[in-house]
Write a protein that binds this ligand. Sequence first.
Ligand code: FES
Ligand SMILES: [Fe+2]
Length: 450
Amino acid sequence: MPLSTPSGHPQKPRVLTAADFVHEETYRATRAPVTLASTIVPDAYRSAEFHRLELERVWSGGWVCVGYTSQVANPGDTFLTVIASQSLLVTRARDGALHAFHNVCRHRGSQLVCKDGNYDVIRCPYHAWGYALDGKLLGTPYFKGLDVPAEQQAQFDMSEAKGFRKEDYPLLPVAVESWGCFVFLNLSENPSPLGEWLGDLPKRLRGYPLHELKLVRRQSVEIKCNWKLIAENFMEYYHLPWVHPELCNISGFNDHYRVQGPGMYTGMCTFPVSQDEETVRLDLPAMPGLNSREAQTAYWFLVFPNIALFLLPNHLFMLMFKPDGTNRSVEYADLLMHPSALAADDAERKMGEVFNFWTMVNRQDISAVERVQIGLESKAYPGGRLCYRFEEPVHRFQNMVIDRMVGRNRVPAGDNEEDPGWIEALKSSKPQAKPLVGGKQHKLAEIPNS
Ligand code: FES
Ligand SMILES: [Fe+2]
């Protein structure tokens, strides 16, 4: 019997198998209430078997953000993505509808599209079968006499190809939906609507013209850590004073508030977001339509599993990340702007400054999470105790991962259904923080040192 802490976390690690990873009991220490909980088992970050199951159950079992509507603004616009080693394409059809398909030809399985672009027809590079942007198979050269000049028809006679109908060979579709500027795919067989996944987030952000934002800067980064460490690092601000001294100048540690409704997300905000020109100038025009509270707020939302939104009044900085093996991830660091800000004086320079600031903050985070990955490779480490006042979002996130691993595909509840007043309170000049847990404020000044 392994020694246990009061919360049930083993003091000595034990070897876990695939059967353990889909078993509720394995996660007892993380299923405990946040005030007692310990982190998810370290094998979640280092086991190839856990990773294999996670690709199936997390990445192929729910909605995953893969890009932005501005990447498929016009009919024919197409971009490629990969989820759980599956090559996929997203395209805009002539009627304006968004489609997504497995990037594989229905003939002998060639990859269809090799690079992002604008296509009239999706044509296979191998034997030139052509597909419409809505996935219909249009042409199969030299097959069943189609496209064959009359004088060559005897040579290419395919009349023996019985039972072949083009309508039986469309591209293989993938569920696709968009919210605001975000495009999501879902590889599961019976996907629930994206709206259920997002919970109250669209309603919460309805004042922001998210659907009008355009991708204006992108940096691709390879990170030597498991993808969950990127997500977890984003959602807790415990590390701010030590890792991000510059960020604290605009997003004060004491000005963070919990923002958590129902949905597959974690959230917090900074109110008010500060101006500090020594750090970064945030002097681009605010997005149109924001109310006075939104014009002073920075929101930080992690939409499970893979996008981190840094939503400021005049821009959206994004991290979009995916696993590339057990202890490697690939990430896009993106800047999105409203068209009205793009037209502002000196917009290029200002956008560059904002982007450079966030990529600097991101480098600080990358150093931190890569160190955590190295630490987690230690076979001696049995998991650690969560610091509940700051790390409740990490607890929520890890429980979302566990839900999927054990086949419990629920959307977690929020904590504001019976207490909508805190948003109203934020509008006032003297905001009241939503307690993190236990009815206490979680502003640093009110937290005793011990
Ligand atoms: S594999 Fe695509 S046309 Fe043959
Ligand atoms: Fe950070």
